[in-house]
Ligand binder design. Structure first.
Ligand SMILES: NC(=O)c1ccc[n+]([C@@H]2O[C@H](COP(=O)([O-])OP(=O)(O)OC[C@H]3O[C@@H](n4cnc5c(N)ncnc54)[C@H](O)[C@@H]3O)[C@@H](O)[C@H]2O)c1
Length: 334
């Protein structure tokens, strides 16, 4: 049985990865400082399989080293990061310290203890404004906000570790993630959430008013066009990446999205149709900063090389969120 280390396992995507890897016969060790994540999903998942949790900060090298020394880790899945584009524009220092500093410590702890397989959570924000669509892996990398820049710096550091220290690494560049686990057990608890679909569903269910926070951009209806990827499809891609790394050297990046772009207004209409309600969209006076007009993925490389397929439709993903918020309207309790 392989043992994986999941950083940021108390967060939205990390906790779904913990669930998936436990369900696929892996032992899981989690590191999270719980600055933006939660203990509750991990407590729920302790029944699923062998799970060990460390409350530790990636910016502390000694704390990280201890985890590697106490556990024989096969592969690291690195989710821990800050991810608000808007916050990163206002406080770039936070993003370079946490995302870049934390990743460098992680790479060093891996190098020192001889762990060399890494799956990195990257983001479509490394591309910046699209120069053509759909965005494939060859698209120029020109981030337009500190969050995207921090992810690109991490990718570059990882590439150098692959070259110099024989690491094997995969960077998964997610587009916009939505959905919750299909059994309704875990979901997204961010408060406030930067994720459109989560906020739309809560608006449709009358849990919290929906605010239109996007700036006006150069698209047909003036709202940003994004590609939405389901959380369970995303975690499945991580498992395929983990399997790929068992047999392949070097570095690869993969774009993970549906391959279709929807504007914010189109998403609003779609959620209204599923819930059969009219969502009151309150427009924010201060739109989010650092946003680009349109991005959607060409996911064919992931399909070709990892054998990855999208299984859940956008409607199914929205329904999984409904199930989650039905049980947890305000997210986790602790
Ligand atoms: N959610 C999306 O749509 C999306 C899209 C593209 C990329 N990503 C990437 O996916 C990853 C996970 O995103 P998420 O939505 O689950 O975010 P999240 O905020 O729910 O989870 C991140 C977790 O990392 C932890 N963390 C942050 N800094 C830490 C540190 N220094 N030490 C220890 N733990 C720390 C937080 O406490 C939290 O539990 C991030 O790297 C993000 O950049 C997310």
């Amino acid at each position: 049985m392989k043992r994986v280390l999941i950083t940021g396992g108390g967060g939205y995507i990390g906790s779904h990865a913990v669930k998936y890897f436990l369900e696929h016969q892996c032992e899981v060790v989690v590191i999270d400082n719980f600055s933006r994540g939660f203990h509750q999903p991990l407590d729920l998942l302790k029944n699923v399989g062998s799970l060990k949790v460390y409350e530790a900060d990636l910016t502390s090298f000694d704390a990280l080293l201890k985890v590697f020394e106490e556990n024989e880790i096969d592969t690291v899945l690195h989710f821990a990061a800050f991810l608000s584009v808007d916050e990163s524009v206002k406080h770039p220092e936070l993003y370079f310290k946490n995302n870049v500093g934390g990743t460098l410590n992680l790479l060093e702890a891996m190098r020192v203890t001889g762990v060399n397989k890494l799956v990195f959570s990257s983001s479509c924000s490394v591309f910046g404004e699209s120069q053509y669509l759909p965005i494939d892996e060859q698209h120029p990398l020109q981030p337009i906000n500190p969050y995207g820049e921090s992810k690109l710096i991490c990718e570059k550091m990882i590439r150098w570790y692959v070259q110099a220290h024989h690491f094997r690494a995969i960077s998964l560049r997610y587009f916009n993630v939505c959905g919750a686990s299909s059994d309704g057990l875990i979901g997204d608890s961010k408060r406030p959430s930067p994720h459109l679909v989560q906020n739309l569903v809560r608006g449709a269910m009358g849990i919290t008013p929906f605010h239109l926070t996007c700036p006006t951009v150069d698209t047909p209806d003036g709202t940003p066009i994004r590609d939405y990827i389901d959380i369970e499809d995303l975690t499945a891609a991580h498992y395929l990446a983990f399997e790929y790394l068992q047999h392949h050297d070097g570095f690869e990046a993969f774009n993970l999205g549906n391959g279709k772009g929807y504007s914010v207004k189109e998403m609003l209409t779609q959620v209204e149709q599923i819930f059969q309600v009219k969502i009151q969209a309150e427009k924010d006076n201060q739109p989010r900063q650092g946003e680009y007009a349109a991005v959607y993925a060409d996911p064919s490389k992931a399909k070709r090389m990892l054998g990855w397929e999208v299984h859940r439709s956008l409607a199914e993903s929205i329904q999984s969120l409904q199930k989650w918020y039905d049980k947890h309207p305000q997210g986790y309790d602790y």
